[in-house]
Design a protein around this ligand. Structure first.
Ligand SMILES: Cc1cc2nc3c(=O)[nH]c(=O)nc-3n(C[C@H](O)[C@H](O)[C@H](O)COP(=O)(O)OP(=O)(O)OC[C@H]3O[C@@H](n4cnc5c(N)ncnc54)[C@H](O)[C@@H]3O)c2cc1C
Length: 426
């Protein structure tokens, strides 16, 4: 029998890919990462032309921890002989398609990354973890990191109509041609994805076509918090502060911070306004309806169309519309790990709401067993930065340092000008 791995990763999105990249140079460390998809792909259904990363390119897999790592974004550009065009472009926010290509490039240089391998379960065998991997078989590892990401969420009234004229924005591109042809289309949700879908449809649908409607429960099409001090809530200093708060306080804070993660970039809002404005030249109003503060309370189907019952949250007024297609840009939730962790169910500690208890070093508290870590499943314990690409390298380095029991990657003691919390007042 092969000796157990030092570290096994479940899922290869940016989070575990960063961990694989930071672990690769560590002498003697035996790792493997398993991904169910046949190759690396980053949100392919939303790879809309012209969309960019919402964070600067330095939020790559390694640079904010190890800028000289051979898998940095700049190393990728050098390898592709594109450094000079990048330098002259002076663009910190790279196209989303380029980030996807960069990650695929890095992944191809990491032999520890195994594709087409689905991890069905993780159990504790008394001295090591055993992963049931399909089709590889049983894999033994001393430490496990779950990086299984998120899954799309549809509003409850629209769930029964999924596939019948209703798609989630995660599947937007495969549905795009049908949406361009449909006479009347409704986009639900006003996060960045909703705005991108609305803008793309607005630009690409022939003018004079039926109504393009955009409704959202939030009271306004709000801009994403993007001020420099505001962004310090995506630093390790803030993560430390947040983790130290009690559970009820953390649960109150996250929804109150919605403009840090649920809103729209100011550039996209401006592009939408420009596009609408252009349609008024020569008189008349565009064939669009923008409806903030409105939620879908019920939905039904008849004669090949979809009927949406709407309610204005503030007014309490009700209305209904008939539409031909609905795109729900209604976000994602952390992927349910209950089945994956079923053999560990008696060992895993949970909080009052049944969520995983996660320590500061991203380790899930187990009553017995080796180290089990999570990446991007800890918003309730570590705050709104959990899915943020800017924290990916730092979180991976923390996990790696814990796994190795030494400071493989030196991490900065301070990362923000803001002092979060009242300890020793400077
Ligand atoms: C369209 C879009 C754009 C975004 N843009 C930004 C941005 O610009 N900046 C930013 O900071 N954040 C952004 N985010 C948020 C976040 O960074 C991404 O969601 C990111 O992909 C999260 O990485 P991850 O590795 O945690 O999960 P994922 O990328 O979701 O990867 C998880 C992987 O695990 C695999 N998996 C799941 N279960 C198993 C299993 N049992 N066995 C094997 N494999 C499994 C899945 O197939 C998947 O490939 C964006 C999110 C979306 C949806």
């Amino acid at each position: 029998m092969d000796p157990p791995l030092d570290l096994a990763g479940v899922g290869i999105g940016p989070a575990n890919l960063s961990l694989a990249a930071l672990a690769a140079p560590v002498d003697g460390l035996r790792t493997a990462f398993f991904e169910q998809s046949p190759r690396f792909r980053w949100h392919p259904g939303l790879m809309i032309d012209g969309t960019t990363l919402q964070v600067p390119f330095l939020a790559d897999l390694v640079s904010l921890v190890d800028p000289v790592n051979p898998l940095s974004f700049l190393a990728y550009l050098r390898d592709r002989e594109r450094l000079f065009p990048f330098y002259l472009a002076e663009n910190f926010h790279i196209p989303r398609a380029e980030y996807d290509d960069y990650c695929a490039w890095a992944s191809a240089r990491l032999p520890a990354c195994r594709y087409g391998q689905r991890v069905r379960s993780v159990r504790w065998a008394g001295d090591v973890f055993e992963l049931d991997v399909e089709p590889a078989g049983v894999v033994r590892a001393r430490a496990v990191v779950l990086g299984v990401g998120t899954e799309p969420v549809l509003p409850a009234p629209l769930e029964p109509l999924a596939g019948n004229g209703v798609v989630h924005s995660a599947d937007y591109l495969p549905a795009r041609r049908r949406l361009l042809a449909a006479p009347d289309v409704t986009v639900v949700g006003s996060g960045q994805s909703g705005a991108e879908v609305f803008l793309d449809l607005l630009r690409a649908r022939p003018s004079g076509h039926g109504t393009l409607r955009w409704l959202t429960r939030t009271p306004a099409y709000a801009p994403m918090e993007y001020s420099k001090l505001g962004l310090e809530q995506f630093t390790p200093d803030y993560v430390r502060f947040f983790h130290g708060l009690d559970e009820p306080t953390r649960d109150r804070l996250v929804p109150a911070q919605w403009q840090l993660y649920k809103a729209i970039s100011a550039e996209t809002i401006a592009e939408i306004h420009d596009e609408l404005y252009r349609r008024t030249v020569g008189g008349g109003w565009p064939n669009t309806a923008l409806l903030p503060g409105v939620e879908v309370v019920a939905a039904g189907e008849g004669d090949g169309r979809i009927e949406l019952s709407l309610r204005h949250v503030a007014q309490g007024a009700a209305a209904s519309v008939r539409t031909d297609a609905v795109v729900c840009a209604t976000g994602y939730r952390e992927r349910d790990t209950a089945a994956l962790l079923a053999p560990l169910a008696d060992l895993v500690e949970r909080d009052a709401a049944g969520r995983l208890a996660v320590d500061a070093d991203y380790r899930v508290r187990l009553r017995a067993g080796g180290p089990l870590f999570v990446q991007n499943a800890e918003r309730h314990t570590h705050g709104v930065g959990a899915p943020d690409l800017g924290l990916v390298a730092w979180r991976s380095a923390r996990i790696l340092n814990t796994v190795c029991g030494r400071e493989v990657h030196r991490l900065p003691a301070r990362t923000a000008f803001t002092t979060f919390g009242l300890g020793e007042v400077p």
